[in-house]
Design a protein around this ligand. Sequence first.
Ligand code: PEP
Ligand code: MN
Length: 264
Amino acid sequence: LASRDFHPENTVISIKGVNIGGGELVIMGGPCAVESAAQIDEIAGLVKAAGAQVLRGGAFKPRTGPYSFQGTGVEGLIMMAEAGQKHDLLTITEVMTPEYVDICAEYADILQVGTRNMQNFDLLRKLGTCGKPVLLKRGFSSTYDEFLNAAEYILAGGNPNVMLCERGIRTFETYTRNTLDLSAIPVLQQLSHLPVISDPSHGTGRRELVVPMTKASVAAGADGLIIEMHTDPDNSMTGDGVQSLFPDQFSDLLKDLEILAPAV
Ligand code: PEP
Ligand code: MN
């Protein structure tokens, strides 16, 4: 179902007037984690003012260590839904377990599967019937074939609205957090009809690389970007402040992108 051989036309995912995969560049921006109602509200206002269409923010955070901040949970979901509504933005949030799919689907417009859960097959099966579009992140050590098979689980469950997200893979390089695999963008678009989104924030782990790698992703043909932005990155509650853009950088970047990819 994910293969272009069986579905030559691009899949276009339409959510409340935003079309993903239809030629328009879709920008998702926001903090790594929803920290408080005031934080997500302020950032949502800045995301909207910059011209992005989707507010990102994790309520359930997949942390490497069990003692790290694990997210604000259902309260965070509610805070983010309110901020999205108030600022007229779609919302995307990560869901980590099958039990939480229904509640995340109730509050968010798009459900995100994190890199660590790309092969959580019970989660993928549950997302097949959740009724909401899914952004599936590539596992950081997964091949394109494994990635497309993971997408296939969701599609086979009856959900045609899947986006593929390249978020960097593990290589021998340690300077960057991951290596953003730009080739994934055209490869996945050739192999599949699903929209391809690039995540230069997790793909590099370094703020100063997010702008150039965003532009490189657009040049490579990405259908959209998911970018971390924070008003106070040095005090963010996850370690992802170091890769989060400041609001001014985010808004300047979006202005530059209009030049790179004029609206169609
Ligand atoms: C995130 O988007 O904040 C996140 C945890 O992403 P990934 O699953 O790519 O690490
Ligand atoms: Mn993050």
